[in-house]
Design a protein around this ligand. Structure first.
Ligand SMILES: [Zn+2]
Length: 231
């Protein structure tokens, strides 16, 4: 057996799914080939690590921090699958080696950074837009990697209109632009504009128009794994 065949059959061998003649030929090659031997050892170690952890979840510390942060938000729901669980079936040899390096840290229960949370904030009222944006700012300070989409709907669209000001008279567009620079996206419900007879030209250029705010929220939650929060 050569290296190419070994690499192709190694997963099945480690999983005990290879037939006896192939398994014997593979073992013979692995004995004499340092490269395949090290690949085999890494694969075994990965398998052991996966069995030991029994699955990959959002680290408790992050979960607790977000839950504490949104203690008054009963809708909070953390994704339980992380990128690793999704990536394992597609791991190549290099990724395996990288993971083995990491799994050497016996004391860490979860061996990698969590997938950044995705949050969709539903904004239905602009009366306290300044306070809402401050909450959002605190959130980003605590979790800079979080992906945030703000969907404005009903009276929530007002803070994304030209000339809108917060409770203290500050122009809200300036704040919105700063959030946009930090990766936050603002989406305005087109149905609301039609119903309230607001011209789409009134919407500040930092915000994007979507046909329906509710459909957008449903799509982000259902198809893109966003967590719903009300701002
Ligand atoms: Zn080889």
């Amino acid at each position: 057996m050569n290296c190419q065949a070994t690499m192709r059959l190694l997963h099945a061998y480690v999983d005990g799914e290879l037939d006896l003649p192939n398994a014997l030929a593979l073992e013979e090659h692995v004995q004499g080939c340092p490269r395949c031997r090290s690949l085999h050892a890494n694969l075994l170690a990965l398998q052991t690590a996966l069995r030991r952890h029994g699955g990959w979840e959002t680290p408790d510390a992050l979960r607790e921090r977000l839950q504490a942060h949104y203690a008054r938000q009963p809708e909070v729901r953390m994704p339980r699958r992380t990128w690793l669980a999704q990536a394992v079936p597609a791991l190549g040899a290099l990724a395996i080696v990288a993971l083995i390096g990491y799994s050497g840290y016996e004391h860490t229960r979860v061996p990698s950074a969590p997938e950044p949370a995705r949050i969709v904030y539903h904004m239905t009222n602009s009366d306290a837009a300044g306070a809402a944006l401050r909450t959002l700012g605190n959130h980003l300070d605590a979790a800079p990697d979080v992906a945030v989409v703000v969907v404005a709907h009903n009276n929530g669209v007002d803070f994304l209109l030209r000339g809108a000001r917060d409770e203290t008279g500050q122009l809200l567009e300036t704040a919105v632009r700063r959030f946009k620079e930090r990766g936050v996206e603002f989406r305005v419900c087109g149905n609301t504009l039609v119903r309230r007879k607001i011209d789409s030209g009134e919407v500040i250029p930092e915000a994007k128009l979507v046909p329906s705010g509710i459909a957008e929220i449903a799509r982000l939650q259902g198809q893109e794994g966003y967590i719903y929060l009300r701002l």
